[in-house]
Design a protein around this ligand. Structure first.
Ligand SMILES: [Zn+2]
Ligand SMILES: [Zn+2]
Length: 111
């Protein structure tokens, strides 16, 4: 996304149309300067908030030795018909590890 800022008054164009698609006689609504004074700059990508899904903090690992199953909210748990997107906290209290059958209490936060 390119950002266009008026070189005279600093007003930032944020209309729905691409700036380049505006008519040549477009003027800055604030100071009336023409298109040519606008400066294009690459918009700094806002650091995307880590999606909950990929956050290791949202993952829980079964602490039973030789198990080590990791519950991933982005995957859910097919065995208990838990849909993807279900956070560990939202699992029912009687949910258990699909590998070894341990209860939720045996799970520890990964992150
Ligand atoms: Zn201006
Ligand atoms: Zn387990």
């Amino acid at each position: 996304m390119k950002k266009h800022t008026c070189g005279v008054c600093g007003w930032e164009y944020d209309g729905p149309e691409a700036f380049d698609a505006l008519p040549d006689d477009y003027v800055c609504p604030v100071c009336g300067a023409g298109k040519e004074v606008f400066e294009a700059s690459e918009e700094a990508e806002a650091p995307a908030a880590a999606p909950v899904d990929d956050d290791p903090k949202a993952m829980y690992q079964c602490q039973v030795s030789n198990c080590g199953y990791i519950y991933r909210p982005d995957k859910g748990d097919r065995k208990s018909k838990t849909p993807a997107g279900t956070s560990f906290a939202d699992l029912p209290d009687d949910w258990h590890c699909p590998v070894c059958g341990a209860g939720k209490k045996m799970f520890k936060k990964l992150g």
